[in-house]
Design a protein around this ligand. Structure first.
Ligand code: ADP
Ligand code: AMP
Length: 217
C-alpha cells in the first residue's frame, strides 16, 4: 500500500497518519518531521533548513526529493508507506512518479483532507506537539489528559516554531495554489479521494479507513 495524504498545513494529516500507519503496518514518511529532525541535529544541512522551515517557506525541491528517495529505500518502507507532506509541488509529484515506477510500487490512494482556511488558522495556532514522539494535540479540539504532557509517551508538549500567526500566513500562502494543482494532478489519474477534514477526528478516521479498505467499513 502506497498512500499520499494531501492537504494544507493543519488539515489533520499527521493526526490521522499516525493511527492509519499503525493499523495497516506501513511506514509514516513525513517530510516536515524529517526536516525538523535534521534541524535539531545542528548539522550544516539542518542549519540551511532552518531558514526555510521556521519562516514557513518550502524547502527547495532538489533537497526534498533526495531526502524522500533515500527514505523510501529503507527497510521499513518496503511493506508500504504513507507520504504526509510530500509531494507539495508538481515537480515533486513528477519525481515521485519516476521513483515509484523505478521501484515497481504504484500509488494505491491519494486522500485529500479538505479544511477551510479560517479553521486551519485556529488549528495551527492551538497545536501542541510532543517533542519525543511527535504526536499532535490541540489546546481545545484534542487536548491531552494532563496539560502539557503527551498521553502516548509522557513527553513534554510544545508549540512548533512555525505555528506562529506570521509563519502560518506564509505557509498557507505557499501551499494554497500548489495543493489545488496537486489535487487536479492526481484527480486526472483517477487516484484522488476527497475527505471532509472538518469533521471530528474519529469521523475523518472512519472515512479514510473506508476508502483504504475499498469501500468496506
Ligand atoms: P497537519 O499534519 O495536516 O499539518 P495536524 O494533524 O498536526 O495537521 O493537525 C493540526 C491541528 O489540528 C492539531 O492541533 C490537531 O490536534 C488538530 N486537528 C487535527 N484533526 C482535527 C479535526 N478533525 N478536528 C479538529 N482539530 C483537528
Ligand atoms: P509540515 O510538518 O508538513 O507542516 O512541514 C513543515 C515545514 O517543512 C514546511 O513548512 C516546509 O518548510 C518544510 N516541508 C515539509 N514538506 C515539504 C515539502 N514536500 N516540500 C518543501 N518543503 C517541505
Amino acid at each position: 500500500m502506497q498512500i499520499i495524504f494531501l492537504g494544507l498545513p493543519g488539515a489533520g494529516k499527521g493526526t490521522q497518519a499516525q493511527t492509519i500507519c499503525e493499523d495497516f503496518g506501513i511506514a509514516h514518511v513525513a517530510t516536515g518531521d524529517m526536516f525538523r529532525t535534521a534541524k535539531a541535529s545542528g548539522s550544516p544541512l539542518g542549519e540551511k533548513l532552518r531558514s526555510y522551515i521556521d519562516f514557513g517557506r518550502l524547502v527547495p525541491d532538489d533537497v526534498t526529493i533526495e531526502i524522500v528517495r533515500e527514505r523510501l529505500h529503507q527497510a521499513d518502507a518496503q511493506k508500504g508507506f504513507l507520504l504526509d507532506g510530500f509531494p507539495r509541488t508538481i515537480p515533486q509529484a513528477q519525481a515521485l512518479d519516476e521513483m515509484l515506477t523505478q521501484m515497481g510500487k504504484p500509488l494505491s490512494h491519494v486522500l485529500y483532507l479538505q479544511v477551510r482556511t479560517e479553521e486551519l488558522l485556529t488549528r495551527l495556532t492551538g497545536r501542541r506537539v510532543c517533542a519525543k514522539c511527535g504526536t499532535s494535540y490541540h489546546v481545545a479540539f484534542n487536548p491531552p489528559q494532563h496539560e502539557g504532557i503527551c498521553d502516548r509517551c509522557g513527553g513534554v508538549l510544545s508549540q512548533r516554531a512555525d505555528d506562529t500567526p506570521e509563519a502560518v500566513a506564509v505557509r498557507l500562502q505557499e501551499n494554497l495554489d500548489r495543493t489545488t494543482a496537486l489535487a487536479a494532478f492526481y484527480e486526472a489519474r483517477g487516484l484522488l479521494t476527497r475527505v471532509n477534514g472538518e469533521e471530528a477526528i474519529g469521523t475523518v478516521y472512519s472515512a479514510i479507513r473506508q476508502t483504504l479498505r475499498g469501500g468496506r467499513s
